[in-house]
Design a binder for this molecule. Structure first.
Ligand SMILES: [Zn+2]
Length: 322
C-alpha cells in the first residue's frame, strides 16, 4: 500500500476495491451533486509536491433565503445550474488537501469526523486509505480555521479524544487567540457557543498543538498567509517554490459556481463578509497573475485548479489528476 503511494501511482476504483477489501464498488459514495467523486481521492503534482485531494463527503443543504445576503433562492439555483451542478440543494462538499514531499505527509484540516452530515466522514472511514495514505504516518496537520467541518475530524464525537495523536497540529495564532478567549463564549450567539466550548476543551489542552503567526512557516516550505474574514483568523498556506505556485485556500471561497463566479456574494458562514470578500478578491487576482494552483475545501472534486477571469468574477479550471 505504502509503495503505491510513494511512487505516486494512482489506482483505479476497481483496484482499490480489490486491494483494500472495500466492500463493494466505490460508486456508492458518488453523491448526485458533486463532480467525480467515485474514486474518493484525486492525486496531482505541483512542483515537488505530490498533492492528494481527499473527498470527505457532502452536506446537502436545503435552500434558504438567508444563505446568501441579498441573493434569492432562484438566483442561487440559476448559478448552481450555470456551474453544471444540480440545483436541488446547495451541495456543500468537503475536500481535504494532503501534500507529500521528502518523506513527510502533511494534511490541511481534518474533515468532518462524520459529525456533521450523514453523507460525510469518508476521509477517516475509507478515502485516506483508498489514496494510499496511512493516518498514523501523517506528520503534521495544518489548520486553516476552527469551523466544525475543518476541525471535528481531529476529535472523537463522544470523548473528544484525538484522532491523530501522533501528528503535530499547527493552527493560526490569531484563530487560536480568538476562539480560546474564555470571555468569547458569553459574547457569541447561543448557536455558536457550543463550538467555542468544544474548542476550549480540546485544542488548548493538547500538547501537540503549535501556533503559527501570519507570514511564518507552518512547516518547511509552507507559509501562513492571512486571509481573514470568513473567520477572524482564517489562514491560507502558500507552498510555492520558485515559479511553481501552490496555495491551500481553505474557505477563502465556498462553492466556486456561487462565490468564485460572484465574489461579492456573501455566504452566511462568513463572519466578516466585507473582509472575506477583500481576501477572496486578493487571492483570486494574485492567482490569475501567477497561474497558481489553488486548493479549496468546498470545491468538490478534484478540489483544486487554476483561476481565470470570468466576466466580473472568476472561474475555476480544475486540475487534471494523474
Ligand atoms: Zn468550511
Amino acid at each position: 500500500m505504502q509503495s503505491i503511494s510513494r511512487r505516486g501511482f494512482v489506482i483505479s476504483a476497481a483496484t482499490a476495491t480489490a486491494a483494500f477489501g472495500l466492500d463493494g464498488p466505490l460508486e456508492f459514495i458518488r453523491p448526485a451533486h458533486a463532480k467525480d467523486t467515485s474514486q474518493g481521492f484525486a492525486k496531482f503534482k505541483v512542483g515537488d509536491w505530490t498533492v492528494t485531494s481527499i473527498y470527505d463527503g457532502i452536506w446537502e443543504k436545503a435552500h434558504d433565503a438567508g444563505f446568501i445576503k441579498g441573493v434569492s433562492v432562484d438566483e442561487t439555483k440559476a448559478a448552481l445550474k450555470a456551474g453544471g451542478l444540480s440545483d436541488a440543494v446547495v451541495p456543500i462538499t468537503f475536500t481535504v488537501t494532503v501534500v507529500e514531499k521528502d518523506g513527510k505527509t502533511i494534511m490541511f484540516d481534518s474533515g468532518t469526523g462524520g459529525q456533521l452530515s450523514p453523507k460525510a466522514g469518508l476521509l477517516a472511514k475509507q478515502n485516506l486509505k483508498a489514496a494510499g495514505i496511512e493516518a498514523d504516518k501523517i506528520s503534521t496537520i495544518v489548520v486553516t480555521h476552527f469551523h466544525p467541518d475543518h476541525i471535528f475530524g481531529l476529535m472523537a464525537k463522544e470523548t473528544n479524544a484525538q484522532t491523530f495523536p501522533n501528528a503535530e497540529i499547527v493552527v493560526p495564532q490569531s484563530e487560536f487567540k480568538y476562539w480560546t478567549d474564555p470571555a468569547l463564549i458569553a459574547k457569541l450567539p447561543a448557536a455558536r457557543q457550543g463550538l467555542a466550548k468544544r474548542i476550549q476543551a480540546t485544542l488548548p489542552t493538547w500538547k501537540n498543538v503549535r501556533q503559527v503567526a501570519d507570514g511564518a512557516e507552518a512547516a518547511p516550505g509552507i507559509k501562513a498567509v492571512n486571509t481573514n474574514g470568513h473567520t477572524p483568523g482564517h489562514t491560507s498556506y502558500d507552498l510555492s517554490s520558485g515559479s511553481t505556485k501552490l496555495i491551500v485556500t481553505g474557505d477563502v471561497t465556498n462553492i466556486p459556481a456561487l462565490f468564485m463566479r460572484h465574489p461579492s456574494w456573501h455566504a452566511a458562514f462568513d463572519q466578516d463578509p466585507a473582509m472575506a470578500e477583500k481576501s477572496r478578491r486578493a487571492v483570486f487576482s494574485q492567482a490569475v497573475a501567477d497561474g497558481a494552483v489553488l486548493t479549496g475545501y468546498h470545491w468538490g472534486m478534484p478540489g483544486a485548479g487554476t483561476i481565470r477571469k470570468d466576466g466580473d468574477g472568476y472561474a475555476l479550471v480544475p486540475v487534471t489528476p494523474i
